[in-house]
Design a protein around this ligand. Structure first.
Ligand SMILES: Cc1ncc(COP(=O)(O)O)c(C=O)c1O
Length: 437
């Protein structure tokens, strides 16, 4: 049992008071397992927080970080450079869809989302279309917790308290989820491409000349694994092209293997104009995010005298040397271990096992793509989210870490998961569901 004073630390997205009464403290991790404060080994069914697809404490990343921190711990981020950031930039754009040639580093997915939104507005202005400032998100979208990301995001509980101070000029297209039309779809649902037409409604309302960008997750994670219907993203692309609207894919979860390709854009065969990433960029080891843009976006901003700053935006820790070293080691391992192909190899097994839960009590939907899985439970009357949290707790007590978002159980196993590990995760959830009221 841990003996720390738990009070000073205000934990993120956590029920602080409940946690501090019954803490779940993790003290070490290796490979696919955490060790908790009681010395128990817990199988991690969530790869950190969608972050560590390669497993915990990968020796090559550990070595890269140790060496970098002892060589160049920090280097001034503005008007100065260091080799690792440039090397990582080249490696990441090398994996990106064709046309993506430039990358701007941030420290998180939230910062990447806000950076992408700002770049879109700066881009249009630089091209003489300064009225294009409106931003469009999607209901149920998640783009982090900064003001821009919260505003274009569509998760009601994240927005409610801050409703009056959301940034102005933001609209949302409707989400793509419909239990009646797509429950228990395997992979991409065949129903729902027409929902992309909702973007036309907003164009008619505001006129395209006022709209900067549409931001969507190609497949949503945080709101409960919402997989894009077949043809839906293609249609969004067409409508954006028709009206000169930039299409931003928030790939903080889907980039770097989670859906069986370097980027969701490649898996779904639709190329946006801007892509945000984080999490898998460093296998979660050191915080880092980034925004990738097409050459045309970058070039539009490379105007004016050469000695002037082109974009008044950046972070003290943009391209941090230690994060960059972690990123470089991560990219090398993705290649050496064929990580993205590994995901494709086990995606079918994962899908089959996950959908076996259809027969279990309270299950009203199951959704999956790559190694992202969601199991939606019917809410307990008068107590939404209670069942989901109870499953999370039962699994934890039974030695497996999963995640719940309300009544949606979420899974994000490691790229190198064995079939036995996948079976154990699913069996543990099955036991928890059978024990639920
Ligand atoms: C799609 C998406 N965008 C942005 C974020 C925010 O990232 P961060 O928590 O690193 O700020 C997340 C986090 O889960 C995410 O899933």
């Amino acid at each position: 049992m841990s003996t720390e004073n738990l009070e000073p630390y205000w934990m993120p997205f956590t029920s602080n008071r409940a946690f501090k009464k019954a803490p779940r403290m993790l003290t070490a991790a290796k490979g696919h397992y955490y060790t908790d404060a009681d010395g128990r080994q817990l199988l991690d069914g969530f790869s950190g927080l969608w972050t560590c697809g390669l497993g915990h404490c990968h020796p090559k990343i550990v070595a890269a970080v140790q060496s970098q921190v002892a060589t160049l711990d920090y280097s001034m981020a503005f008007q100065m450079g260091h080799p690792q950031a440039f090397e990582l930039a080249e490696k990441v754009v090398g994996l990106a869809p064709e046309g993506f040639t430039r990358i701007f580093f941030t420290n998180s997915g939230s910062e990447a989302a806000d950076t992408a939104l700002k770049i879109s507005i700066a881009y249009h202005r630089a091209r003489g279309e300064a009225t294009r400032t409106r931003l469009i998100g999607r209901e149920k979208g998640y783009h982090g917790v900064n003001f821009g990301g919260t505003s274009v995001g569509g998760m009601p509980l994240n927005r409610k308290v801050f409703s009056a101070v959301m940034i102005p000029g933001v609209d949302h297209i409707r989400h793509t989820h419909s239990l009646a039309d797509m429950a228990f779809s395997k992979g991409q649902p065949t129903w729902g491409a027409h929902l992309a037409e909702d973007l036309e409604r907003l164009v008619q309302l505001h006129d395209a000349s006022n709209i900067s960008a549409l931001i969507v997750e190609p497949a949503s994670g945080s709101s409960g694994i919402l997989v894009p219907p077949v043809g839906y993203l293609d249609r969004l692309r067409e409508i954006c092209d028709k009206h000169g609207i930039l299409l931003i894919f928030d790939e903080v979860i889907t980039a770097f293997g989670r859906v069986g390709a370097a980027f969701g854009a490649q898996r779904f065969g639709v190329t946006p104009d801007i892509i945000t990433v984080a999490k898998g960029l460093t296998n979660g080891v050191i915080p880092m995010g980034a925004v990738l843009v097409k050459e045309s976006v970058y070039q539009a901003l490379m105007s004016g005298p050469e000695n002037l700053i082109e974009l008044f935006h950046g972070y003290t820790y943009s391209g941090h040397p230690v994060a960059a070293a972690a990123g470089l080691a991560t990219m090398q391992i993705y290649q050496e271990e064929r990580s993205f192909a590994q995901v494709c190899d086990i995606e079918g097994t994962f899908e089959t096992l996950l959908h076996e839960l259809k027969a279990e009590p309270h299950v009203i939907d199951i959704r999956n793509i790559g190694l992202m899985g969601g199991v939606e439970l019917a809410p307990r009357t008068g107590s939404p989210g209670a069942r989901g949290f109870e499953v999370f707790m039962r699994c934890f007590n039974d030695g497996v870490v999963i995640r719940n978002s309300g009544d949606i159980i979420q899974l994000s196993p490691f790229f190198g998961s064995t079939e036995d590990e996948l079976i154990r995760i699913i069996d543990t959830i099955r036991r928890a569901l059978r024990a639920l009221a």
